[in-house]
Design a protein around this ligand. Sequence first.
Ligand SMILES: *Cc1c(COP(=O)(O)O)cnc(C)c1O
Length: 381
Amino acid sequence: MSQQPPRSSQPGSDQPRPVIQPQPGIMEIALYQAGAATLSGRSDVLKLSSNENPFGASDKTREAVARAAHSMHRYPPTDHLRLRTAIAEAHGLDPDRIICGVGSDEIIHFLCQAYAGPGTEVLFTEHGFLMYRISALAAGATPIAAPERERTTDIDALIAAATDKTRLIFVANPNNPTGTMVTEDELARLAHAVPQALLVIDGAYAEYVSPDFDGGAGLVERLPNVVMTRTFSKIYGLGGLRVGWAYAAREIIDVLNRIRGPFNLSSLALEGAEAAVRDHAHLDHSRSENARLRDWLAAALAERGVPSDPSFANFILARFEDAATAAACDAMLRGEGIIVRLVGGYGLPDCLRITIGDEASCRRVAHVIGQFMAGRAAVAT
Ligand SMILES: *Cc1c(COP(=O)(O)O)cnc(C)c1O
């Protein structure tokens, strides 16, 4: 019996390369960089880089997920009826016009897969959420970024950038990473001006705006080409559970349901999200604490020479003199065990996005940035 030498598995060796190529656009996708979670050699890391709720999920949500663990050998329901009904009750919507996804990321993906493709364009703003570009490219469509005005969505620039190839326009309102927002009238004007496209209003931070802000649901009721997406990842504190949803015309929901995997949401996710949307106390507490601490942190940083735009979300975008200063401040924060988000990838290299944590966290981050700015002032004089 002749012995074969073991095949080399070193990359770049004589291994055969796959001949089959991916669809056009796929290799242009830059891998999404999530907010960092750890710093080597530290156990007391304060993570303010992913806009997570500092209070976590509500007790009722945790209990519901624990209960659901007893039946996780069963397949989950495919129609999500109980969750859709709970969402509809909480927001005063029609449950038949709701679709649930594995985070709103999956819904963004469904929209691009269903409505965009080679030869079409997907429009968003200069500092828009990175998933819009990724999902557009994954569908083979051409992503187009329109300029913003002073880090705020510019409706006229979006209208000017729209063409007869535009199929989808994504506007996060409030936007991430800027925290700024535009009015419902402005969004209606955009939807009217570009009737050949669907306007997707991403309401990931809608609950933070005010108790009565509808995130764009009213526009969905009035205009046939508006879709609203929402998530359980932010104010509900369920980023790890992966649940999002969208509200749209029945015809659009029907289209999206055809490409949705029948078991896309696990039974744990369904039970947890239903308990979360029924728990108004946790929602109200998270919203009011966020508003109080966001105002405090913005004022504290402004006093130390670090301005930010008025934010309607659960983070602020701290602005520095230039990119080098923002990077130096980030390095000092890391040295103190605090992780915030560098947003050069969003075209904002002179800024740091800081999630609003609990009170102790806000004080800690303000203290370190204050020390950083004082150190710079001392060098300058
Ligand atoms: C966080 C975020 C989402 C939510 O994504 P999920 O997939 O639901 O976790 C959507 N849009 C924007 C703008 C976000 O910042």
